[in-house]
Design a protein around this ligand. Sequence first.
Ligand SMILES: Cc1ncc(COP(=O)(O)O)c(C=O)c1O
Length: 368
Amino acid sequence: MKKTFSPRVSGIEISGIRKIFEAAVPGSINLGLGQPDFDTPQYIKDAAIAAIQEGKTGYTGNTGIPELRDAICEKFKKENGLTCTPDQLIVTAGASEALHIVMQALVSEGDRVLCADPGFVSYSALATLAGGRPVGVPLDNNFHIDVERAKELMKGARLFVLNSPSNPTGAVEPKDTIRAIVEYANDCNVTVVSDEVYEHFIYGKEHWSAARFGDNVITINAASKTYAMTGWRLGYLAAPSDVVGQCLKVHQYCQACATSISQYAAVAAYTGDQKMVAVMRDEYRARRDLICAGLARLGFKFPTPEGAFYAFVPMKSALTQKIIERGVILVPGSAFGANAPEYTRFSYAASRENIQTALDRIEKAIRE
Ligand SMILES: Cc1ncc(COP(=O)(O)O)c(C=O)c1O
């Protein structure tokens, strides 16, 4: 049988991050992962166990259980200064599904989808899968969005994907930039998709939700990073009701609902004591300081990451390759777009001990 595949799928590459893991040597220190190395807090696990024991294991309503949607509305009010009603929310299988259904619902053939380059790997792939045309938005030397350049690109575009704090750069966009993007997008009839999954991991700056500045914004978030729940697959999107109505059709047919057990766990996460989030943030900050000081000592110059758990460092690809071969998993900048081939992403979602061992191995690789 002759096999044929959809050109939309055969035309995209498997993630560059996956390729690195496949090439890793045994005993490597992993500074490649985009996930917290903390365990999910016990009170969240307990809520999931209770849900299983109480038989809350069937399909839920497509948009999510009412308790969780209420808790997310309350979170938006308290943490983000946003007013949101439960009918403006869809609970999804992680932020990834939310991004996918938004692209499917809003992007038409050939539509331009603007996203930072370098930026999170999924945006351009999901835009392409939806038939759109991803267009990279260049960043300045500190990895911040070049607002004037972004405005030029905005005319005639369909979506602008904002991600602050950013994966892979760790940049946190200031209020003025976010406001300017949202307002200009509104003038140009462009919808802003604001991916805020790292909002709680910011070191000394403030997080501004894009939806504060206009109703042309779809907010995407997840329990994944905030509560160390990546494997639970629990995210959500918030948008005006007409947008939610269209996204819901895609969600209904491809996912039906987020995992029931994860939804009950997320109710505990969002309504419980938020102390653990601050503990994780403080630890990430200490790790950021450790890795940045270590890399600076080795002679690397790069903007101090302001948020998330990544440092994005100029490094020749041959050196990155050598370090990976010497047992430190890193992700080359080429995985994040076309604009940063001679950069490397370091994830500091790893213990301080592992970070120190990695720095020692890197020093040895440089001196060899
Ligand atoms: C910026 C960004 N958005 C979305 C995601 C996906 O999140 P989730 O695990 O909730 O699908 C990630 C995961 O690394 C990410 O870095």
